[in-house]
Design a protein around this ligand. Structure first.
Ligand SMILES: Cc1cc2nc3c(=O)[nH]c(=O)nc-3n(C[C@H](O)[C@H](O)[C@H](O)COP(=O)(O)OP(=O)(O)OC[C@H]3O[C@@H](n4cnc5c(N)ncnc54)[C@H](O)[C@@H]3O)c2cc1C
Length: 397
């Protein structure tokens, strides 16, 4: 047996012994454990699983031990993730800080920033949100206007931040926000942008939730009114926040797939559709079966491509182009799947609440609405197509 095989066997044995059975069932959105100052558990199994992973540094197995990680090599960290997936162990903590900001701080953060933020993330004490989009800066993110003016006051050097962010997922629950702000209004678009870390409890920060059509309200508007951000919370050089954000976005897809795992269970289309197909006329059912079969084949082809791209990423090849293809195809497939399910279910696919409909019917309807966000969040489908045209196909801009 190779060292890696031995390590895999050890990991599997530890997981079998320490992951409670209830933490190996598919997670629902309500059962997600978010890190942060409002950390709470619904039961003892959740607490045990959280604390056991935390104590091993397995919120981020590949991070250095000095910052609370597991200190494992990239290959070993991957083995931990693979075994957790294989044994259906839940993510012990959901946290944008760990998934997206952390790797960036490890790469470009100061020692002070690493100590101030990575260790609390790894203890599950800091929850993060992303402050990029603004009312007139979504796809064209570099148009953002939230300003950060550098000042020297009695407490030292700082930025005074004014403006607002929109579509901030879970902004009302977060302790900290990583944000893009404009530190130089006269510089060309991208050049005047800096990447800063903002304490959501600081004076002058206010948050207003936005309701979604799916009934869930995870979005917020965040307003900054003369918010003081100490200079030590600037990540990377001033004016070079765009490059820092690009590094961070490389981790967004992985983060979104973890979200999908808990927040948005994807249904087995065939199992859902079967009883409704049995009730349909033979002619109609034949058409739907054809469309379902085509979707299942597409999904299978996608899964195989995904495996190939994952292998390329592990071999440290540049997968930024394929990542856009994956994002585009997966989200469009999910949208198409729920569109078809709702058509097959007819009126029963449009149920919101009430005892005349099953829980599954309510879930499908809400999920159908939620998929509308998939092709927007993390960059719209059109923007992905632009990236693919430019970076993958080499077409002129
Ligand atoms: C579920 C979800 C979670 C999100 N979470 C966050 C978050 O936590 N933090 C955050 O900062 N933001 C977040 N967002 C915001 C998201 O990043 C933006 O909605 C997205 O970038 C699109 O911007 P926009 O809404 O301003 O649309 P716009 O950019 O105004 O786009 C409108 C339409 O025009 C199209 N379009 C725009 N430019 C082009 C172009 N050049 N070529 C072709 N078509 C184009 C778009 O594809 C779209 O169809 C989230 C969004 C969603 C849906």
């Amino acid at each position: 047996m190779s060292d890696n095989d031995n390590f895999r066997a050890e990991v599997a044995a530890w997981l079998e012994a320490h992951c409670p059975a209830s933490m190996r069932r598919p997670i629902t959105a309500d059962e997600i454990i978010w890190g942060g100052s409002r950390l709470s558990f619904q039961n003892e199994d959740q607490r045990l699983w959280f604390e056991r992973c935390r104590d091993r540094g397995w919120f981020a197995p590949g991070w250095p031990k000095e910052y609370g990680g597991g200190g494992l090599s990239p290959k070993q960290a991957r083995i931990v993730e693979e075994e957790m997936t294989r044994l259906s162990c839940r993510q012990p903590q959901y946290n944008l800080g760990v998934w997206m900001l952390g790797p960036v701080l490890l790469e470009v953060g100061t020692e002070e920033q690493k100590r101030e933020h990575l260790i609390p993330m790894m203890r599950g004490q800091q929850r993060w949100c992303q402050g990029f989009s603004e009312p007139n800066a979504g796809s064209d993110l570099a148009s953002l206007k939230t300003s950060a003016k550098r000042v020297q006051d009695s407490e030292g050097e700082a930025y005074i931040v004014n403006g607002s962010k929109i579509w901030t997922s879970y902004g009302d629950q977060a302790d900290w926000m990583y944000a893009l702000v404009r530190t130089d209004a006269s510089a060309r678009k991208q050049q005047g942008i800096s990447f800063v870390l903002i304490d959501m409890h600081a004076p002058g920060v206010s948050v207003k939730p936005i309701e979604l059509i799916s009934g869930k309200s995870s979005f917020c508007e965040v307003f900054f009114d003369n918010v003081r951000v100490p200079l030590r919370q600037l990540v990377g050089p001033e004016g070079e926040g765009w490059a820092v954000a690009k590094k961070l976005l490389q981790h967004e897809r992985a983060a979104m797939s973890k979200f999908a795992e808990g927040g948005a269970p994807s249904h087995d289309a065939l199992a859902v559709a079967r009883p409704y197909l049995d009730e349909a006329s033979p002619a109609q059912a034949a058409v739907w079966r054809d469309r379902l079969a085509a979707q299942l084949m597409d999904a299978h082809a996608f899964a195989l491509t995904h495996q190939r791209v994952t292998a390329q990423a592990m071999a440290r090849q540049d997968v930024s182009g394929p990542a856009s293809i994956m994002k585009l195809v997966q989200t469009e497939q999910e949208v198409a799947k729920y569109e078809l399910l709702v058509q097959i279910m007819g009126l029963r696919g449009l149920s919101w609440e009430g005892e005349d409909f099953s829980q599954l019917e309510h879930d499908i309807c809400r999920q159908w609405l939620l998929t509308k966000t998939y092709t927007i969040g993390g960059g719209t489908s059109e923007v992905q197509l632009n990236i693919i045209a430019k970076r993958v196909l080499g077409l002129p801009a």
